[in-house]
Design a protein around this ligand. Structure first.
Ligand code: GLV
Length: 324
């Protein structure tokens, strides 16, 4: 008998085919997010689950099924899963690192460029039929080349962002908990503290994982320290930024703009942000290329199939569970 697996949302067909080959899968064909109650109900009798970052897998969900062996997240971030509780219950958590690095870095740059050069605002202007004449002083944005780029979190994606910055001949600053000297010379990046990043960068890109330490990493006092001409890009997780403080800073001209792919209470977006022109807003799509999302889903399917059959999955988050 094949192991029973719950797939909480629809996946690309190739990933579903893999899941069906290796398990007896229950699919969420309506593709609407399960409530917690539904999730707990559907999980009964399953040994594996493939879920998205929109599914909250907390201690109650994890503790509701003693047979559960694997929770396979279709994302590199796993702040939606209580990994501590999973480890306690002996449930292996897996994620999809690596495959989305380049697509996400491309998109972080897309947000940076679109915000710096006011692309979305200009597009709205053209569509509204407001363009009557070429304007010397119209839609003046900010140059990117040879400016200072501040990267908060020089992990895989931060590194890929820094590589792209070489082409723009930028001065690159980075900050994170530990200095990474091995990367510095290849990337021409300088390790500084958070204050220096905020004070000196023309573009601050957030690429930190969401943890209790990074929640509200950017608050009003941090925004105060940034240049009035600076742009903030968040392609990590929404709660890293105090969204209300960001709206106030943007309105008051404390910073020049923001490019945001992630929000504090997705899919809700702070109303103040929607009214501002100097922001570019995207619905958490940084890894959303056809190739990458398909690969992510396939990876999650492989992680799940390995985990439920007692093999070591390629991407365990809490491998200590395997040694019990
Ligand atoms: C997307 O945000 C991910 O964590 O993969």
């Amino acid at each position: 008998m094949k192991p029973k697996v719950l797939v909480t949302r629809m996946l690309p067909q190739v990933a579903l085919d893999y899941v069906s080959q290796h398990s007896d899968a229950e699919l969420n064909r309506r593709d609407i997010r399960y409530t917690k109650k539904q999730l707990i109900q559907r999980l009964q009798g399953k040994v594996g689950m493939i879920c998205l970052l929109t599914d909250t897998i907390d201690a109650e969900v994890l503790g509701s099924n003693p047979h559960l062996k694997v929770v396979s997240n279709v994302a590199v971030g796993y702040d939606n899963i209580d990994v501590h509780a999973a480890t306690k219950y002996g449930v292996l958590v897996t994620n999809t690192p690596g495959v989305l690095t380049e697509s996400t870095a491309d998109f972080a740059w897309t947000l940076l460029m679109a915000t710096a050069r006011r692309l979305v605002e200009a597009d709205r202007f053209v569509r509204a039929g407001k363009w009557k004449e070429w304007m010397l002083m119209g839609f003046l944005g900010r140059d990117v080349y040879e400016k200072t780029l501040g990267i908060c979190g020089l992990g895989r994606i931060g590194t890929a962002v820094a590589r792209r910055a070489q082409g723009f001949n930028m001065r690159i600053l980075y900050t994170q908990r530990h200095r990474d000297e091995a990367k510095e010379s290849a990337l021409r990046a300088t390790y500084v503290d958070k204050m220096t990043i905020l004070r000196e960068s023309d573009f601050v890109i957030l690429l930190l994982p969401l943890t209790p330490e990074t929640r509200y990493y950017i608050r009003a006092k941090d925004l105060q320290m940034m240049k009035e001409t600076a742009i903030l890009v968040n392609a990590a997780r929404g709660p890293i930024v105090d969204e209300k403080a960001l709206v106030d800073a943007l309105k008051a001209g404390k910073i020049a703009g923001a490019g945001l792919d992630v929000f504090e209470r997705e899919p809700k977006v702070e109303r103040g942000l929607l009214r501002l022109q100097n922001v570019v807003l995207a619905p958490h799509i940084a890894s959303a290329s056809m190739e990458t999302r398909t690969t992510m889903a396939c990876m999650a399917a492989e992680n799940c199939a390995a985990g439920v059959s007692g093999r070591r999955p390629p991407n365990p988050v809490n491998p200590e569970v395997l040694n019990r």
